[in-house]
Design a protein around this ligand. Structure first.
Ligand SMILES: Nc1ncnc2c1ncn2[C@@H]1O[C@H](COP(=O)(O)OP(=O)(O)O)[C@@H](O)[C@H]1O
Ligand SMILES: [Mg+2]
Length: 148
């Protein structure tokens, strides 16, 4: 587990951009933390690093999932906040998205423990004006250099 202090929004963006370089086909990044923690900020930075800096990355609060093409693999950004049951995530194509490429998941709590096995859990908590991120590599992420 590594702990990273994110003093400001720029630090959250830098973390997202750095992590982008270590992602591989079949990976999941689960973003845990309360409303306003910076989950979407991190996801947006990560997606921009893999697409282009001007990429529009709307929060998928209503669409639930938004997919992007990159040079390597497609990346699917899920926001499960509005889900009622974990089954809905799989109906939305979560398993297929992992098989096809990389997924970023906001509100992984909604999966009720049915989490992807190869995943990087990132817990973000409020810390004064800034944030504290805890990174927990699971499955194929264990032992991988994360570049942070
Ligand atoms: N490390 C940080 N320190 C302070 N504010 C931050 C940090 N990271 C992100 N923010 C700010 O927090 C707010 C909420 O971010 P957002 O990414 O929408 O959160 P979430 O998706 O977790 O609800 C934004 O205004 C963003 O600029
Ligand atoms: Mg969000």
């Amino acid at each position: 587990m590594s702990e990273i202090t994110l003093a400001d929004e720029a630090a959250t963006i830098a973390l997202g951009a750095a992590l982008a370089a270590c992602l591989q086909h079949g990976d999941a990044v689960c973003l845990w933390g309360p409303l306003g923690a910076g989950k979407s900020t991190l996801a947006r930075a990560l997606i921009r690093a893999l697409t282009h800096p001007g990429q529009e990355v709307p929060s998928p609060t209503f669409t639930l999932v938004q997919t992007y093409e990159t040079d390597g693999f497609p990346i699917a950004h899920f926001d499960l906040y509005r889900l009622k049951t974990a089954d809905e995530a799989f109906e939305l194509g979560l398993d297929d998205a992992i098989e096809d490429g990389v997924v970023l998941i906001e509100w992984p709590e909604r999966l009720a423990g049915r989490l992807p096995s190869n995943r990087l859990d990132i817990e973000i908590e409020m810390a004064g004006e800034g944030r504290l991120a805890r990174l927990h590599p699971r499955g194929s992420f264990e032992g991988r250099a994360l570049g942070v």
